[in-house]
Design a protein. Structure first.
Length: 677
């Protein structure tokens, strides 16, 4: 039996709540020190009510994901609203689950169903068992996610070792092409897992759980509805296969009647409703359940889907302007320094570019370091074109879930209304209003080198010469509109700087035409990364990506990092491949994705930095061993570090460094598969 671990409640360091209350309650936000994470309670509550209405119109039960805010107060608002109520939650950590138990939400009946939202880890079974024993006397239950037969084996061993005779009710995690957790319903592995569950005395099938993380690529209601329909089809197919297997058995008790078909993400949940229900023409093999988590707070990523508007965003980060730089921007625009950076906002970006947008002012958070950020003026929008030092700005960030995780407590304001709020445990307090000012409540978030050489292969579905990205990113030169095809392989190298580490990339730029495919294959071997480039104005180049990716993964390192690049982003009027379509393809094939322009220099550095960072993370996590033959990575010679500083690229300056005289375009840079709820 695996060594078991338990949630270390006694080791958690938390701010003194009494001191926080004494310092801030009832005061104006103007006295709050920045950076500060602020949530409008009224907007938060309205968003929760709207989600209950959508689930009801869609004819589904609702399960609230708690990972965005990780608080008992927020959980209560998610479950009990003016639009309805529910009692089911999903948590991403066991600390979240224990927090709602210790906060009294199970005891008072607010929460009756807790789903641990990761496929069950072997070392966490005892902690989950303890959690179940804690909530059972109050009529509540703990459910699991499973996606591998060995998880069933370990659960059975635990029950046997402990002398227990319980039956865990589990969702089978499925995926419809996103290559996150879960199995494809049509795969033999899925059928084997279903058979194993039906035969298990310790685990029973409760339902099937899907999550369309790629739905963040939606830019319209029809697109989000399409993703939602795809989710439903996937879990429904899984249930159909399971029922077919059950019908072939003479006697079986290892499943719920009916199955629960749980789907959702915040974009697809916003598409749920009466109209979406009418589109479900297929016969459902179970009961629908909708789940989502980001929706109470929302962010720029959600705004980009066009399914929500700025007034619906409940969260802001307040930051203070601490310096100002007139005309310092690449195009002569002003820049300003604020006291909030990567810790306050995370380093998640999105299709709109940058890390945040200033509310009511034409400024964008364009670059960030650990504790500070650079604001740049934008050409569109109304408001102050200048910012005075000492000005406090409110910034909506890209990803609320990760933003919230960087703040030890939240400042809760209640719009312009006086509201009597009951104190819950130690986390929520009753505010007193001051005339003409926001009133504050505090919510604490309680759930809370070496140098290397790396080989990389660049694969270009050729529409001209070899990779123009490499040409542009290594030297300033003109790029011809119509250059000649070339043959063979060109080699170059460059050093990139990531934090304090320098990584030398040895780049093998191969011909991408079909007639050179056999030559290209020989260069996959020993590569740690591959950059696939297609032309957004040439659909054929996009359609051929599948076979190049198949070759790369068949012949290169098993830990190959792949970056997909759509070139010619400066030719929007000639586009034949939409960004959303390419993003979905990248998510389905588990590769990174962005668009760039070799002509203007826009985003050309990003593929190399992104590949280098992913390789470095694989090394630091232990999944890639530089000393193993064929890894494509080796420890660098210190002499390699002494390279010309002009060849070094800083990942942190990526969004701001463009060539003088280049055309400023809207950068659509995205790392697929990371979107959560």
């Amino acid at each position: 039996m695996s060594i078991q671990t338990f949630t270390p409640h006694n080791l958690l360091l938390r701010p003194n709540k009494t001191a926080l209350r004494d310092e801030f309650l009832g005061k104006s936000l103007e006295v709050v020190r920045t950076p500060a994470f602020v949530i409008d309670r009224s907007v938060f509550a309205q968003n929760c009510a709207q989600m209950h209405r959508r689930a009801s119109e869609w004819g589904a039960d609702f399960r609230a994901h708690l990972k965005t805010h990780k608080t008992t107060e927020g959980t209560r608002l998610q479950l009990i609203s003016e639009g309805g109520r529910s009692d089911s939650v999903v948590v991403s950590t066991l600390l979240e689950a224990w927090a709602i138990v210790n906060g009294g939400l199970v005891k008072d009946g607010t929460v009756k169903d807790i789903l641990y939202g990761l496929p069950v880890g072997v070392d966490k079974i005892a902690d989950l068992s303890k959690l179940w024993q804690e909530v059972a006397p109050h009529g509540a239950i703990v459910r699991l996610l499973v996606d591998h037969p060995d998880q069933i084996e370990h659960l059975e061993q635990f029950e046997k070792t402990m002398g227990l005779s319980r039956t865990w009710l589990a969702f089978v995690k499925v995926h419809g092409g996103q290559n996150r957790a879960g199995l494809r319903p049509e795969s033999p592995e899925f059928l084997n897992l279903v058979k194993r569950l039906l035969a298990s005395p310790a685990v029973s099938i409760y339902g099937f759980y899907g999550h369309a993380g790629n739905s963040y690529a939606s830019t319209s209601l029809p697109e989000a509805s399409s993703f939602l329909s795809g989710e439903v089809q996937t879990v429904n197919k899984a249930a159909e296969i399971a029922l077919r297997e059950i019908s072939a058995l003479s006697k079986v008790d290892g499943y719920a009647r009916p199955f629960v078909l749980s789907v959702g993400s915040t974009p697809t949940a916003h598409a749920a409703g009466a109209e979406a229900k009418q589109l479900l023409s297929q016969v459902l093999h179970g009961k629908l359940e909708l789940h989502a988590g980001n929706y109470p707070m929302l962010d720029l990523q959600q705004q980009h889907t066009t399914l929500i508007t700025v007034p619906q965003v409940a969260q802001r980060v307040r930051a203070t302007v601490i310096s100002y730089y007139p005309g310092r921007g690449i195009y002569g625009e002003d820049e300003a320094l604020v006291d909030a950076g990567a810790i306050a906002f995370s380093k998640d970006t999105g299709p709109s570019g940058g890390y945040g947008e200033v509310v009511g002012k034409p400024w964008r958070l364009a670059r960030i370091s650990q504790e500070h950020g650079i604001l740049t003026q934008t050409k569109d929008g109304e408001g102050d074109r200048k910012l005075e030092i000492g000005t406090v700005v409110e910034i909506i960030g890209q990803h609320a879930c990760l933003i919230a995780a960087g703040h030890p407590w939240y400042y809760i304001v209640d719009g312009l209304r006086v509201r009597v709020v009951l104190t819950v445990d130690r986390l929520q307090v009753t505010p007193q209003r001051r005339s003409g000012s926001h009133t504050i409540r505090l919510t604490q978030s309680t759930m809370s080198g070496n140098d290397y050489d790396a080989d990389a292969t660049e694969l270009l579905e050729t529409y001209g010469s070899k990779n123009p990205l490499e040409s542009h990113s290594t030297q300033v030169q003109s790029v011809k509109d119509h250059s000649q095809h070339t043959i063979g392989v060109e080699f170059s190298s460059r050093t990139v700087k990531l934090e304090e580490k320098r990584i030398k990339l040895q780049l093998w730029d191969t011909a991408g035409q079909e007639r050179f495919r056999s030559v290209t294959r020989s260069y996959y071997r020993g590569a740690a990364g591959a950059i696939l480039v297609y032309d957004i104005t040439n659909r054929e180049s996009f359609m051929n990506l599948g076979r190049w990716l198949a070759d790369a993964r068949a012949l290169a390192s098993s830990h190959l990092v792949v970056v997909l690049v759509g070139n010619k982003s400066d030719r929007e009027e000639e586009r034949e491949v939409e960004w959303a379509e390419a993003s979905r393809w990248a998510a389905q094939n588990d590769v990174h994705f962005l668009e760039a322009s070799s002509l203007t220099g826009d985003n050309v550095e990003a593929p190399f930095l992104l590949a280098a960072r992913a390789i470095l993370l694989a090394i630091e996590s232990g999944t890639l061993d530089p000393e193993k033959a064929g890894s494509g990575v080796s420890y660098g010679d210190r002499a390699l570090r002494r390279v010309n500083s002009s060849s070094r690229l800083s990942f942190g300056s990526l969004s701001g460094n463009r060539r003088k005289g280049s055309v400023k375009l809207k950068v659509k840079s995205w790392i697929p598969g990371s979107k959560c709820c």
